[in-house]
Design a protein around this ligand. Structure first.
Ligand code: HEM
Length: 595
């Protein structure tokens, strides 16, 4: 595992670990493959951002499927420790790697990173300005900060390559300056906070049309290519109008009931294929078969297959022995697009576009691949729906048939085809690595926490048996699955900040914050804060049950689990993502696989 990733999440430094990884012969180096696909001359300089490259081997050890329960054959697990196989198929997760700091639709610009060359710092922790300090209101300028020159910070940031460790930088800065600090980077300026009570104050003032920091490189791509923008990039009343229509097809309970069986089908297929593969390719051990693989390409394919099934109502065949090059190219393009986003955030994309700068060209080319792939799928979907309509079936397909979110949107006819296209493309781009990566972390944590794994499996098996094959019921009967996803995202958030521009002046930590200031809730330091979570390093899906879910340390009640953002502007793909991840983890457990 690259040092960068090991450091990022404080994973093992053990040499055993490394040798285990090399023995596993990490099978992918997707960024390089991506670089070749997108432009052979592109140097794979983005290793630091690439999650995929960090996954250098996952040891899928398959125990006895439905076989007898014997003592663990102790396949290697993460950190070079012995992984206790418990029963059934043991999927021994090897190095989980690391979430790229900023990703996907769910990228947060996390804009403000600079060195801790702190200038004029007034630490707030425990000081008079602290919450409840009782002193008079303090001015905005008095908020502790990391240096007054945004440009100096930016230079330092580039020089020290801090893009790769934004989340650690934030954590360190909170430790030094207290629970609130200001930061300038280039032209951007933010106030960073982490306590739930402060975050709740921020979200209370987000207004009717909440705004995030604009991802300018993405917006510039749409503008220069004359593509419409989807909800991710829109603001104001325009955003709200589209978002309300999308919510009906993606977020509301009836919509979830429509698409859940499709996700379930893909998750079952995935687990079935994995089981077959472990049996065929895995070495025979005392407890069954054991196979070490790098899971990331499979999980990325799973995520794309699942989102396409939900979006278009049809399978795209990524689990076949020869999945299409085109889809593979799409996955690589999403990776490249995400990897080139952070460095572009602080540079003027239009200027780079005019200059034909390589970084911009790579970014725009990746987006072009994403758009052309989505466009082909959309065209096919549209043709299919039109021919069904022509045959008198309505665009919703035959009675009771779900034709995907595309079909639903077309059927309602409230969004123009151009806007449907813009939003479906965003949903596609946002629906792959956002779920594939946390799934890898979930498996990683299960692999190194066999007791948790056993507890989850026990609950899932009981719920599965009670549900009689009904996936929806089974999920409801196994709350630990929900906790597992939440806990994974607490420790490894997909985006490290959620930003808002309050519509009125607010007071946080006794500091005055004018309306229109960019304030970010920093998820990584929040998730690992001792002030907010008991024993934060412990992986404990059960903590999201009753004991810690209420008003905890740091106040703010529910504002401790914010991986999907909050309120009207929260992740529109949330229900797809949660169900997709839970279903996969459910079938891994219910099928007797061990990690
Ligand atoms: C574990 C998986 C995911 C996580 C943690 C995640 C996280 C987030 C976050 C934090 C935001 C910003 C929310 C806010 O500002 O309050 C967001 C927005 C968004 N996400 Fe996700 N996301 C995930 C999966 C997905 C998936 C699967 C899709 C598409 C199917 C998706 C599509 C979007 C879109 C389109 C937005 C913009 C919504 C808007 O501005 O109205 N996300 N996501």
């Amino acid at each position: 595992m690259r040092d960068h990733f090991r450091k990022k999440y404080q994973l093992s430094k053990s040499s055993k670990d490394t040798s285990h990884l090399s023995a596993a012969q990490g099978k992918v180096a997707l960024p390089r493959q991506l670089a070749k696909l997108i432009g052979p001359e592109t140097p794979a300089k983005d290793d630091g951002y690439s999650l995929l490259s960090a996954f250098q081997g996952l040891n899928f050890n398959m125990g006895m499927l439905g076989g007898k329960q014997t003592k663990s054959s102790t396949p290697m697990s993460v950190n070079g420790e012995a992984c206790k196989g418990i029963q059934g198929m043991c999927v021994s997760v090897r190095q989980a790697a690391c979430v790229r700091i900023q990703r996907g639709m769910c990228v947060c610009p996390a804009g403000t990173v600079a060195g801790i060359g702190v200038e004029g710092v007034t630490p707030a922790r425990g000081g008079p300005a602290g919450r409840g300090g009782g002193r008079g209101l303090r001015r905005f300028e008095e908020i502790p900060h990391t240096g007054s020159s945004g440009w100096l910070n930016l230079v330092k940031f580039w020089r020290e390559d801090r893009f790769k460790l934004l989340h650690k930088h934030m954590e360190r800065t909170f430790n030094t300056l207290g629970p609130i600090y200001r930061e300038r980077l280039g032209t951007q300026s933010t106030v960073n906070i982490l306590l739930p009570s402060d975050i709740s104050e921020l979200f209370r003032s987000e207004g009717l049309h909440p705004r995030r920091m604009t991802l300018q490189p993405w917006a510039t791509h749409r503008e220069t290519r004359q593509h419409s923008k989807g909800v991710f990039l829109k603001n104001g009343a325009e955003w709200r109008a589209d978002r309300l229509l999308l919510n009906r097809e993606v977020m509301m309970a009836p919509a979830v009931r429509r698409f859940l069986p499709l996700l379930d089908e893909v998750a079952r297929d995935f687990c079935r294929l994995l089981a077959t593969r472990v049996e065929k390719e895995g070495g025979k051990e005392e407890r069954g078969h054991s196979l070490t693989i790098d899971p990331s390409p499979d999980l990325f394919r799973f995520a794309l297959e699942a989102s396409c099934h939900v979006l278009y109502g049809e399978r795209i065949g990524l689990f076949s022995t020869s999945p299409s090059q085109e889809s593979q190219k799409f996955i690589f393009a999403v990776e490249r697009m995400l990897a080139t986003t952070p460095p572009l955030l602080y540079l003027p994309p239009r200027l780079l576009w005019r200059l034909g700068a390589p970084l911009w060209t790579q970014h725009a080319t990746a987006w072009d691949i994403i758009f052309s792939h989505a466009e082909k799928r959309i065209q096919r979907g549209v043709q299919r729906l039109r021919s069904t309509q022509a045959a008198g079936g309505g665009s919703g397909g035959a009675e009771g048939e779900f034709t995907g979110i595309l079909g639903q949107l077309m059927d309602k006819g409230q969004l123009s085809l151009e806007l449907i296209r813009a939003n479906i493309t965003e949903l596609m781009a946002g629906g792959v690595d956002t779920t594939a990566v946390p799934l890898q972390f979930a498996l990683y944590e299960l692999g190194r926490n066999p007791a948790v794994q056993e507890q989850v499996r026990g609950q899932v098996k009981a719920a599965w048996a009670r549900a009689g094959g009904d996936a929806h019921k089974a999920l409801q009967g196994a709350p630990l699955l929900k906790g597992l996803v939440k806990e994974t995202l607490r420790l490894y958030p997909v985006g490290i900040t959620v930003q808002r521009y309050p519509v009125r002046d607010i007071i946080i930590q006794n500091y005055h914050i004018p309306a229109g200031t960019c304030v970010q809730a920093c998820l990584y330091p929040l998730g690992r804060s001792r002030d907010v979570f008991q024993d934060p390093e412990r992986f404990d899906p059960g903590r999201w049950g009753t004991q810690e879910s209420g008003e905890g340390a740091g106040g703010g009640g529910g504002f401790r689990s914010l991986a999907f953002g909050f309120g009207a502007r929260q992740c529109v793909g949330r229900r797809i993502a949660e169900n997709e991840m839970q279903l996969l983890l459910m079938h891994v457990s219910e099928g007797g696989m061990e990690v």
